[in-house]
Design a protein around this ligand. Structure first.
Ligand code: NAD
Length: 363
């Protein structure tokens, strides 16, 4: 058992002290809402590493669950183990923050929710990319109507190194980029288009590096289009074999277009200030002339940047603790987790059938 917590902070234990477990541990160690009781990893070398950094290391998962000072268990293990650990923790009376993707199938997610409902414990998933400022800028544009009605959003992330050569390349561990990054980008798009109804989905997965480099069965990226009842649509793309990246976000509205080229850059908007133009000069493009595709001038458009939205990812933990006390709703709602996972299931189905899937899902 760890030392009695003498503050009002909630005791937290991290299960899985790998890459992301290190992030949660460092966060908990300096958090204003939780206090770190300790970490547990199945590998002794990881436990030793935790100790060498001054953290308490439990010698078993059972020891974590038996510690009365632990109110919150954070599950940061490979994806295939999330369900069993989360359920054991809730059965032991702990609230649970689980890393994304919680699980790979909706039925498994429902099993977790059933245990949360039965035990009365709070179960949430660390959808930390809801605090990404690029995504928040896109959401702000739809919510404010600054560039009018939104026709479409394109959300992309591109790398060039294939899937990491760890469990992410193994199907049995829940590998592949759909589960790794898709779960974030789909969640973001559904938050941007809150209030819409999804009507259709098409997805094409990439197995490029899987086929000739890493030889795994897991997707190393995908392209997905989600259609909404209003006629708007979202294009989501994850690539790990892109030696030139496309913009992080591109959004078209009735009064202008917004672009974020890269994570580090601000959102740039070109707004249409006057639809009609006088004397458009044709431009030479390749072997022909065009007026249609000639760029606008600054008489009918205005280009400007917007400030990055204010964001603090630690608000996730703050909200979780307040929700544990019953004083706030959890930011990450169960139905939001379920709809994202359902779309992931449908994406694999769309790819397998080579079809656009038609259905109705209110978001
Ligand atoms: P990792 O391989 O670096 O670390 C996983 C750790 O879990 C390893 O140290 C391993 O020994 C340990 N482990 C495995 N099975 C265990 C068990 N049964 N009990 C205790 N320890 C066990 O992986 P990672 O990159 O840290 O990813 C872990 C989780 O975090 C994954 O679900 C991943 O999707 C998620 N993740 C989330 C983000 C984010 O931004 N939200 C970023 C990275 C990873």
């Amino acid at each position: 058992m760890t030392n009695k917590n003498m503050t009002n902070k909630k005791g937290v234990a991290i299960i899985g002290y790998g890459g992301m477990g290190g992030w949660h541990t460092d966060h908990a160690a300096k958090s204003d809402t939780v206090t770190l009781c300790g970490v547990y990893d199945i590998l002794e070398e990881r436990r030793e590493l935790a100790k060498s950094k001054g953290f308490f290391a439990y010698d078993s998962e059972a020891a974590v669950l038996a510690d009365p000072n632990v109110e919150i268990v954070v599950v940061v293990t490979p994806n295939d183990s999330h369900k069993a650990i989360s359920i054991r923790a809730m059965e032991a009376g702990k609230n649970v923050i689980c890393e994304k993707p919680v699980v790979m199938a909706c039925a498994d997610l429902q099993d977790i929710f059933d245990v949360a409902n039965r035990t009365g414990k709070l179960f949430s998933v660390h959808q930390n990319r809801r605090w990404d400022v690029d995504y928040l800028a896109m959401k702000q544009l739809r919510d404010s109507g600054e560039i009018g009605e939104i026709f479409n959003v394109e959300s992309r992330i591109h790398g060039s190194r294939g899937i990491p050569s760890d469990w992410r390349g193994e199907k049995e561990f829940g590998g592949g980029m759909m589960y790794d990054w898709g779960v974030h980008l789909i969640d973001q798009v559904l938050m941007i288009f809150a209030g819409e109804t999804i009507t259709d989905l098409y997805c094409r997965l990439d197995y490029i590096t899987s086929n000739f480099i890493t030889e795994t069965e897991c997707d190393n990226g995908f392209r997905m289009i989600i259609g909404f009842a209003s006629g708007a649509y979202a294009h989501i793309e994850v690539g790990t074999y892109n030696f030139v990246s496309m913009p992080r976000f591109y959004l078209r509205g009735s009064k202008g277009t917004a672009i974020i080229h890269d994570w580090r850059e601000k959102c740039q908007i070109t707004a249409c200030t006057a639809w009609h133009e006088n004397d458009v000069l044709p431009i030479q493009t390749a072997a022909g002339l065009t007026k249609t595709m000639a760029p606008r001038d600054d008489v009918t458009t205005r280009t400007y940047e917007i400030d990055r939205p204010v964001s603090d990812v630690h608000d996730y933990y703050r909200n979780f603790c307040t929700a544990v006390d019953g004083k706030a709703q959890s930011f990450v709602q169960h139905d939001q987790l379920m709809r994202t996972l359902r779309l992931i299931e449908l994406s694999f189905e769309s790819h397998a059938k080579g079809e656009v899937l038609k259905f109705e899902m209110k978001i």
